[in-house]
Design a protein around this ligand. Structure first.
Ligand code: SAM
Length: 237
């Protein structure tokens, strides 16, 4: 079972639930939610990222909205909200949790899940270089003005603690990723690593060699990438 199915299972949506996928991206979690008996999925993202077929699905309502501001959804209208790998991008995660609390109905559940990118594991033969590259990557902002917290997974309990929501349970897992081709999770991370060291000519050259070795390991069936995912299940009283 992958992370999308994992967080959907943790949310336990009842039949005909109204749910929200906060920071939906292309909609992989939205698809997992549609596979349940959800009546309506609010798919929210700051950009127009949702796949076209999901935009046409009558059970999906797409919203382009900033999660750093109060969301334009009906107050106390959600049975379930899920945030997967979105919190790391937000300027004020605590304010976002307050807003989610406002949007949940009493008894509603919020699954807050986040990969802790500093725990990324690559099956490279050069552990020292891998450590150096991951350190650069988690400290690197993906674009001017943007910021990402590569340690956000381990902070979820802290955010849960200051939210007005009750903590139901805590979970963590690491999915094994064996692919290293364009479009794979590991490839995307490696692309981020290359971008993070692009200003350093020497490290950039070593990173290119590192990626080439990962490619060869994948061809030989000896590639592994994992990262620790953390999830907290919160409930509105
Ligand atoms: C790493 S992606 C995760 C996408 C999806 N949840 C998944 O796990 O496949 C983070 C998503 O959060 C969105 N995002 C970042 N900052 C946001 C904000 N302030 N408001 C709404 N969405 C935001 C991005 O556009 C992106 O689609």
């Amino acid at each position: 079972m992958g992370r999308f199915e994992n967080v959907t299972r943790l949310a336990q949506p009842a039949s005909r639930s109204v749910v929200a996928d906060l920071g939906c991206g292309p909609g992989r979690l939205t698809r997992a939610l549609l596979a349940t008996d959800a009546a309506l999925v609010h798919a929210v993202d700051v950009a127009a990222t949702l796949d076209d077929d999901l935009l046409l699905d009558p059970r999906v309502r797409a919203h382009i909205a900033d999660l750093d501001r109060p969301l334009p959804l009906p107050e106390a209208g959600l049975d379930v909200a899920i945030s997967l790998n979105t919190l790391e991008h937000l300027a004020d995660p605590a304010a976002h949790l307050d807003d989610v609390q406002r949007l949940l109905r009493p008894g509603g559940r919020f699954v807050l899940a986040q990969s802790d990118w500093d725990t990324a594991l690559f099956s490279s033969t050069d552990d020292q270089l891998t450590r150096t590259l991951i350190d650069h990557w988690v400290a690197h902002a993906p674009s001017a003005g943007a910021s990402v917290d590569g340690f956000a997974g381990r902070k979820l309990l802290r955010y849960a603690d200051v939210s007005g929501l009750a903590l139901e349970s805590v979970h963590s897992w690491a999915d094994p990723h064996r692919r290293f081709d364009v479009g794979s999770v590991a490839w995307k991370v490696a692309t981020g690593v290359l971008a993070a060291v692009s200003d350093d000519r020497d490290l950039s050259a070593r990173a290119a060699g590192w990626v080439e070795e990962l490619r060869q390991l994948a061809r030989a069936g000896r590639f592994l990438f994992t990262v620790t995912d953390v999830a907290v299940v919160l409930r509105k009283a």
